[in-house]
Design a protein around this ligand. Structure first.
Ligand code: NAP
Length: 281
């Protein structure tokens, strides 16, 4: 079984991106900039944002974090986004989710210029992805896609099963694998026989948020299994896949932690650079 080392793959990708930033600096005499808006003091969000800022700085991007208290009103946030949309030094804007209840998530997502939407959640980018046009691709599915391609460069005709249908994960992942000529099934909480769906799959991507949902006897021998889930337990973070069981049958599997998570951040940096390049061209 191949244990997919997300930390190593992400470090490799960051190395390539760092070189790319240097080359862009030489060519344009400026570097891409990433601005993250963080609202409230939720610990996981604070940690994610700190990691994003650190990684951005490491590869030479300009990076800024704008922090607001939990009580900030929607108008202030939308005004700031508008300001950033018009700021030439900002290539990418990310508003860290989840947002406090009084702030309309959809309104915030749609207020970010689709050209600076590094999360790939703006309807224009969702449409671009499903039409096969250029645009930002959500960071987590993009990271999963790169990991899968490393294991299996030719995915033509493979059967891929997404577990979960969120815009952030399952739906975008399905589009990426469809573009690779996979036959894609998207499952969700109302799917009748999830085990049978999984057993038919050459590639499984689990993005649910239920610990150890995917059991060893749900997985076909030699399947590639990507575990996106992050579930807190007394023993630490675990994924949506029963790692000990599935590792006995799968061809390749991502661990949690150390699998998809590091790739998500590296792909955020990649998206920021892509936004910069599209603007300069
Ligand atoms: P989400 O928006 O809550 O979506 C979860 C999906 O799982 C929904 O489509 C839901 O179906 C489906 N689901 C729920 N119970 C199910 C069941 N018993 N069988 C099959 N499907 C079921 O979650 P998300 O934002 O996509 O995140 C999913 C997980 O990934 C979470 O653990 C999250 O923390 C993690 N995550 C990790 C990263 C990373 O970088 N590693 C990034 C983002 C998210 P319905 O649509 O029918 O409700």
């Amino acid at each position: 079984m191949i244990l997919i080392d997300g930390k190593k793959e992400a470090a490799e990708l960051r190395g390539k991106l760092k070189k790319e930033v240097l080359a862009l600096k030489e060519k344009y005499n400026k570097v891409p900039g990433l601005t993250v808006i963080l609202i409230g003091d939720m610990t996981p969000s604070q940690i994610y944002v700190r990691n994003k800022e650190k990684s951005a700085n490491e590869i030479g991007l300009n990076s800024e974090v704008i922090r607001y208290p939990e009580t900030v009103d929607e108008k202030t946030v939308l005004q700031k986004i508008n300001e950033l949309n018009n700021d030439d030094s900002v290539s990418g804007i990310l508003v860290q989710l989840p947002l406090p209840k009084h702030i309309n998530k959809q309104k915030v997502i749609e207020s970010i210029s689709h050209e600076k939407d590094v999360d790939g959640l703006h309807p224009m980018n969702v449409g671009n992805l499903s039409s096969g046009y250029q645009g930002s691709i959500p960071c987590t599915p993009l990271g999963c896609y790169l990991l899968i391609k490393k294991i299996e460069p030719n995915l033509t005709g493979k059967k891929a099963v997404m577990i979960g249908r969120s815009n952030l994960n399952g739906k975008a992942m399905a589009q990426l694998l469809l573009q690779e000529d996979c036959t894609v099934t998207i499952t969700h909480s109302k799917t009748k026989d999830l085990k049978s769906e999984c057993l038919a799959a050459d590639v499984i991507v689990a993005a649910v948020g239920i610990k150890q949902l995917v059991k060893g006897d749900w997985v076909k021998k030699d399947a590639i299994v990507i575990d996106v889930g992050i579930n807190k337990t007394d023993k630490g973070i675990v994924g949506d896949v029963a790692f000990d069981e599935v590792s006995k049958v799968a061809k390749a599997l991502t661990p949690v932690p150390g699998g998809v998570g590091p790739m998500t951040i590296a792909c955020l940096l990649k998206n920021t650079i892509e936004c910069f390049k599209r603007k300069m061209n």
